[in-house]
Design a protein around this ligand. Structure first.
Ligand SMILES: [Zn+2]
Ligand SMILES: [Zn+2]
Ligand SMILES: [Zn+2]
Ligand SMILES: [Zn+2]
Ligand SMILES: [Zn+2]
Ligand SMILES: [Zn+2]
Length: 218
């Protein structure tokens, strides 16, 4: 509420009050029904209310001795404040009083936002894939390709190309090298020999050995 609104409101209250100065025991104008409050009233939120008119703006229940909560100048009972104003956690169904995580359209307690696989609290750090919310370990376990040579996961590292795909097999860049000399292939030229990738030099050597073995066996 800015200054002008406040002044307007005070003036409106004064004008209303002036109309009722002749009523004995006049306590002000009821904030709910606008009628004069005479005798016992309730004073709350800088307003006067008839005793039975100080009610929750949603369920119309009187507050009695229960606490009330104010949002945008309207009083709420605890239940409606939590349900209507704070909202409800999509996971546990309890009001979002504590810290919450906003996941797409959903609001969830930070403590209720857990890995879809292991159930660990994600603390805002998560991977979203196939509708699942995953911790780093489970994401890597489930989705990262395995190097066909060293059998370790191939992890993305920024812009650097980390994986080489050969058919449906994947390799670390560093693992895609000659089986015999471990040197990376020049211009990606690799020769296949008995399921091993070889550089030209070692491919020729193996062929040569193969030829000699055949000769000896003859
Ligand atoms: Zn009233
Ligand atoms: Zn209520
Ligand atoms: Zn929750
Ligand atoms: Zn997990
Ligand atoms: Zn590897
Ligand atoms: Zn080689």
């Amino acid at each position: 509420m800015d200054q002008l609104d406040q002044l307007d409101e005070i003036e409106a209250t004064l004008t209303q009050d002036l109309e009722h100065v002749n009523i004995p025991n006049f306590k002000g104008v009821c904030g709910t029904c606008g009628e004069p409050v005479v005798g016992d009233g309730i004073y709350a939120m800088n307003k006067t209310f008839h005793k039975d008119h100080f009610v929750c703006c949603v369920c119309n229940e009187q507050f009695g001795s229960n606490p009330y909560y104010v949002k945008d100048g309207k009083p709420y009972c605890q239940n409606d404040y939590e349900n209507q104003v704070l909202g409800i956690c999509e996971v546990c169904g309890k009001p979002l009083i504590n810290e919450l995580a906003v996941v797409g359209e959903k609001k969830i307690h930070l403590d209720c936002f857990k890995c879809s696989i292991c159930g660990k609290v994600l603390n805002g750090k998560y991977y979203n894939k196939d509708g699942l919310y995953l911790c780093q370990e489970d994401y890597e376990e489930k989705y990262l390709p395995v190097c066909n040579r060293c059998h370790e996961k191939i992890r993305p590292t920024g812009d650097v190309k980390e994986a080489i795909c050969v058919g449906d097999k994947k390799y670390h860049v560093k693992c895609f090298c000659c089986k015999d000399c471990q040197k990376p292939f020049e211009d990606m030229k690799a020769y296949m020999f008995n399921d091993d990738y070889l550089c030209e030099e070692h491919y020729r050597k193996r062929k040569e050995e193969e030829r000699k073995n055949k000769e000896q066996n003859q």
